[in-house]
Design a protein around this ligand. Structure first.
Ligand code: KIV
Length: 264
């Protein structure tokens, strides 16, 4: 089976088929997510606080996300893989954005990149698309700007929603193939999803979007303090702790290794 393409996503928007995107930063989860049939995998800069042990996404480097992207691409067969461009790797100029996008495409081979921001980053988006690099947009709560936004707060309430609508229309006009809307009122997300002909992927943006994205650690119940926008479908944190505790007890009482794990 060939990988999902941006044309498939455009077709799903037309036919009203909803879909899901999940994050991955490593080989094992990418393989599992791909086998589960998730059509789009995001090598998000949420790797900062979910994989690399930083406080937030800001310190994540190009090298770290290229390394994670390479692991995800090489262990998946079906999903479209999108790599985040880290903070500081595209804002300066369209040329800087292209240089970073080209590094990702040459060194990790994802099928697309994602970057944060509205009208201000349109020149960057156009430069990437002109070079053959599909771009996913990201508006609303953009974690790379968390300090400028004054924290992880809902964006676009009241009049502020007009700016997000204007940004979304401008991004779509510039050619992004899909748009992430994070932590915005559900009515605003629904309105934008109806206005745009490209898929809108919500996270903390209500049911009215064309697709949904979650951080995989949150979905699996691995995150210690998950955000309100996430839902844990299992408690793998407790499962892992139990497995480790059981093994340690068996090591202590001499049950492990048993005959199955021993060799003559
Ligand atoms: O980095 C990330 O995981 C993201 C999603 C939350 C959309 O940008």
């Amino acid at each position: 089976m060939a990988r999902v393409t941006i044309s498939d996503l455009a077709q799903w928007k037309k036919s009203g088929q909803k879909w899901a995107m999940l994050t991955s930063y490593d080989q094992i989860t990418a393989e599992i997510i791909d086998e589960a049939g998730i059509p789009v995998i995001l090598v998000g800069d949420s790797a900062g606080n979910n994989f690399y042990g930083y406080e937030n996404t800001i310190p994540v480097t190009v090298e770290e996300l290229i390394s994670s992207s390479r692991a995800v691409v090489s262990s998946t067969k079906n999903a479209l893989v999108v790599s985040d461009l880290p903070f500081g790797s595209y804002e300066s100029s369209p040329e800087q954005a292209l240089e970073t996008g080209v590094r990702f495409f040459k060194e990790a081979s994802p099928q697309a990149v994602k970057l944060e921001g509205g009208i201000k980053v349109i020149p960057q988006i156009k430069k990437l698309i002109a070079a053959g690099i599909p771009v996913m947009g990201h508006l609303g709560l953009t974690p790379q700007s968390v300090h400028a936004l004054g924290g992880f707060k809902v964006q676009g309430r009241g009049e502020a929603g007009n700016q997000i609508i204007a940004d979304a229309l401008a991004l779509a006009e510039a050619g992004v193939f899909a748009l992430v809307l994070e932590l915005v009122p559900q009515e605003l997300a629904e309105e934008i999803s109806k206005k745009l002909t490209i898929p809108v992927i919500g996270i903390g943006a209500g049911k009215g979007c064309d697709a949904q994205v979650l951080v995989t650690n949150d979905l699996l119940g691995l995150t210690k303090n998950p955000p309100k926008l996430a839902k844990a479908y299992r408690n793998l944190r407790v499962e892992m702790e139990n497995a480790i505790t059981e093994w340690v007890a068996e090591v202590r009482n001499g049950e492990f290794p048993g005959p199955e794990q021993s060799f003559n």
